[in-house]
Design a protein around this ligand. Structure first.
Ligand SMILES: Nc1ncnc2c1ncn2[C@@H]1O[C@H](COP(=O)(O)OP(=O)(O)OP(=O)(O)O)[C@@H](O)[C@H]1O
Length: 298
């Protein structure tokens, strides 16, 4: 079945249960031409989502569409359109990078040799070197080169920058930003590195213990959070206010981290004899740590 392709990814009520983990009914959409960062703590379910999208595991329920192909029925067509890179990607240690490039070129007619040559240079890789002799960072870059030069419509990247030194990270991020210059391509990447996600993404999806707690464009997501510093008497009831994700006091200074708190929120604080001294934006790292520590409230 061919479905409309204005969405690179469409998940509807997708579920997956393992012995000790439940991916709760998940709805997720990635419009074509966008880059989405998938953020969540260890074991949140990021790789599970990636593997479902790649058809490596089957969802227990729900509908999975990738580049307009319904899985699992249109698995073969979907695999042509998707490039997937993860830590468990198998490369042959005894073969050179050139051997891998020729191998992939033989399978995917879309292979772009000019682009592959540019990536070799950008990533500072030697095509005649055997993969067994590559460092971790070089292996990650080699895997990305093999996927990017195929020019797939959708890139699924599981932790693409983990374990890379700052220079290699910058090279990889630049290469990903380049991919997006072509508006028909899309990227979903998971990362623990909130700086990368904040820098690169159009939208952010936040997953916590198998539940999608937010999936929004980056600006709205970041601006929905605030750090508020106030003066006044501490009250245990602060923690029960739904918008307050975290509340801490140090003497008469109270620090609140709030989400979706409208203007009436400050009126409410005033009614509690709290004087607002500062309202500050939060970066993704702070939001991430606050959400994970707050557990289910986020
Ligand atoms: N094949 C499997 N059998 C049983 N449990 C599994 C299987 N694959 C994953 N899980 C469990 O599902 C949960 C989510 O795993 P997943 O790899 O999706 O998390 P993640 O968000 O990618 O974590 P990390 O950031 O550590 O890579 C974990 O508790 C994991 O143990």
């Amino acid at each position: 079945m061919n479905l409309p392709t204005d969405l690179a990814i469409s998940l509807r009520a997708v579920e997956k249960t393992y012995a000790d983990f439940v991916l709760h009914p998940l709805d997720l959409e990635l419009p074509t031409g966008q880059i989405m960062g998938l953020v969540g703590a260890n074991g949140a379910g990021k790789s599970t989502i990636m593997r479902i999208l790649m058809g490596l595991i089957r969802a227990d329920a729900g509908e999975v569409d990738v580049c307009g192909h319904r899985l699992p029925e249109a698995q073969v067509a979907a695999k042509r359109d998707v490039g997937y890179a993860s830590e468990d990607m198998r490369l042959y240690k005894t073969q050179t990078l050139r051997w891998h490039m020729d191998f992939i070129q033989g399978i995917f007619p879309e292979w772009d040799e000019t682009y592959a040559a540019q990536l070799l240079k950008r990533f500072d890789l030697k095509s005649q070197q055997k993969l067994g002799g590559f460092s971790h960072g070089q292996r990650v870059k080699a895997a990305l080169l093999l996927i990017l030069a195929r020019r797939p419509k959708l890139l699924l990247l599981d932790e693409p920058t983990t374990g890379l030194d700052p220079v290699a990270r910058a090279e990889v991020l630049e290469a990903l930003a380049d991919v997006l210059r072509d508006e028909s391509r899309s990227v979903l990447f998971s990362s623990h590195n909130t700086v990368d996600v904040e820098q690169l993404s159009d939208s952010i999806s936040f997953i916590h213990k198998g539940k999608l707690v937010a999936s929004e464009d980056k600006e709205s997501f970041l601006s929905s959070w605030r750090r508020i510093i106030c003066h006044g008497p501490w009250q245990d009831g602060l923690k029960d206010i739904p918008e307050v994700i975290s509340a801490r006091n140090n003497g008469s200074i109270i620090e609140l981290k709030v989400r979706n708190a409208g203007d009436v929120f400050e009126t409410r604080l005033a009614q509690m004899n709290l004087t607002v001294k500062a309202v500050e934006p939060m970066n993704l790292e702070d939001i991430f740590v606050t959400s994970v520590r707050a557990g289910d409230k986020s």
